[in-house]
Design a protein around this ligand. Structure first.
Ligand SMILES: Cc1cc2nc3c(=O)[nH]c(=O)nc-3n(C[C@H](O)[C@H](O)[C@H](O)COP(=O)(O)OP(=O)(O)OC[C@H]3O[C@@H](n4cnc5c(N)ncnc54)[C@H](O)[C@@H]3O)c2cc1C
Length: 415
């Protein structure tokens, strides 16, 4: 493909297209590059027009820290009797809660409806509580959510928010033998339930292209950057000892999402030697959360602010069927010691609506959303943050992640 044609694409949108194929020696885009005749590269394979992220640490306007509610055995969907109340648990979704919420809610509500209750109580208003409540309404119940915090203050909105249905969902050695089947059912049901939220005003749920970039063949470990301070390694010893100890099930639903395609030569818009692209579903928390909450109220739902300290308090509720969605708080409140904290931190750069893609490069992921550009450090894979319940902000970690993108951007400017 004619290089000048690519430059035309790049300049049209002020983006970074047009540098494809020049991975080893990226060059600046001359503002006066001429427009030339069309190339022979099929439109679908041409480098897209992409805008650069303004990656500067002073544009980090928010840093959020969260604990993934990881349960070594996988999510708890068991049923318990507490006094005269039937309690259906729905917690422990690790790094997959946004993705699996509808499927998990469907399973919990089926159990709850086995008693044909007119009224159901839901404990918790994170993504699991909210989707459980709406699913119970759809099944015909009147629902009250009892919660300590509303969605915007829950741990749920401190997540990354991509379709990651098997991220830290269990330890392979500790999950029940049939967990793969349960997980698949959950994931497929969630996928189906997310469909009506696509294409809505404000894009509560959306698709974006995700570029994976590397200076060396994929699969090789990323060597440390001498210009960046190293991140401290995880301190956990025991099981899990490595990322591969976590349960992996994504292959079961490979038919739902597109496979990554290698980008070579002219169809690689980035100044790196190796690139691939896939298309990924993601959640815009503000719009999606607002839509779900409105849907809940529109169907007659009520929310009562309440802080429970002991399971026995549930028997004081007027509802005799309860769906329990406390997230990581189950560890203290329900004394569930198979809950393990997995700390995660996201940095947020000022939104840039013109940036309409995600990328992963040198263990840093960037995802552009309507309420900010999320950056997250991924060193040490699934072991990162394991058994770490420290929810204080580490600004240096997010600044470091921004610097990785800044360095990539600087290659576009080198002559
Ligand atoms: C950094 C990070 C990135 C992530 N990225 C993704 C991702 O890309 N995709 C994905 O699918 N998932 C992701 N996750 C995981 C996802 O965020 C969680 O699995 C999900 O938010 C869990 O939701 P929840 O409703 O169970 O818990 P929470 O959001 O913690 O909600 C719990 C609710 O229960 C209430 N509650 C708790 N205890 C009590 C009590 N005693 N009395 C009254 N109310 C109580 C709380 O107030 C809250 O309303 C990520 C997590 C982190 C930390």
């Amino acid at each position: 493909m004619d290089r000048r044609h690519l430059l035309k694409n790049s300049l049209a949108l002020g983006g970074l297209a047009g540098l494809g194929g020049c991975a080893a020696t990226p060059r600046a885009t001359p503002p006066s590059a001429p427009v030339t005749a069309a190339s022979n590269v099929p439109i679908a394979d041409q480098a897209p027009s992409l805008a650069l992220v303004r990656a500067h640490a002073d544009r980090l306007f928010d840093i959020k820290v969260c604990i993934r509610p990881f349960r070594t055995k996988g999510p708890n969907l068991s049923v318990e009797q507490i006094g005269d109340a039937m309690v259906v648990h729905n917690y422990g979704h690790g790094g997959s809660g946004w993705s699996l919420s509808w499927g998990s809610a469907d399973m919990a509500v089926q159990k709850a409806m086995s008693r044909s209750p007119k009224q159901i109580a839901v404990i918790g208003c994170g993504i699991i509580g909210l989707t459980s409540a709406i699913t119970a309404q759809r099944a015909g119940a009147q629902v009250t959510i009892y919660t300590r915090e509303l969605l915007p203050r829950t741990r749920s909105v401190r997540a990354n928010g991509s379709w990651t249905p098997d991220s830290r969902i269990c330890l392979a050695a500790e999950a029940p033998a049939n967990f793969g089947d349960t997980w698949e059912q959950m994931a497929r049901m969630s996928w189906k339930n997310l469909r009506p939220y696509l294409g809505r005003a404000g894009n509560p749920v959306s698709f974006t292209d995700h570029y994976r970039l590397s200076d060396m063949p994929f699969g090789q470990p990323v060597p440390p950057d001498p210009n960046l301070p190293p991140l401290p390694p995880p301190t956990w010893t025991g099981l899990p000892a490595q990322s591969s100890d976590f349960g992996r099930y994504e292959e079961r639903i490979h038919d739902l999402t597109p496979k990554p395609e290698a980008l070579t030569g002219d169809n690689n818009p980035f100044p790196v030697k190796y690139a691939s692209r896939t298309t990924q579903l993601f959640f815009n928390f503000t719009e999606y959360g607002h839509l779900l909450t409105s849907e809940f109220f529109a169907a007659g739902g009520k929310i009562e602010m309440r802080d429970f300290h002991s399971p026995s308090e549930l028997s004081s509720l007027k509802e005799k069927v309860v769906i329990n969605c406390p997230g990581f708080a189950a560890r203290d409140w329900w004394k569930d010691k198979s809950m393990m904290p997995v700390r995660g931190q996201t940095g947020w750069l000022i939104p840039q609506p013109e940036v309409n893609y995600a990328m992963t490069y040198r263990n840093v992921q960037m995802l552009s959303k309507s309420d900010g550009i999320m950056v997250i450090a991924l060193e040490y894979g699934d072991m990162k943050g394991y058994n770490n319940s420290d929810e204080s902000v580490n600004r240096a970690e997010s600044e470091r992640a921004v610097r990785v993108i800044e360095e990539l951007n600087s290659r576009f400017n080198r002559a």
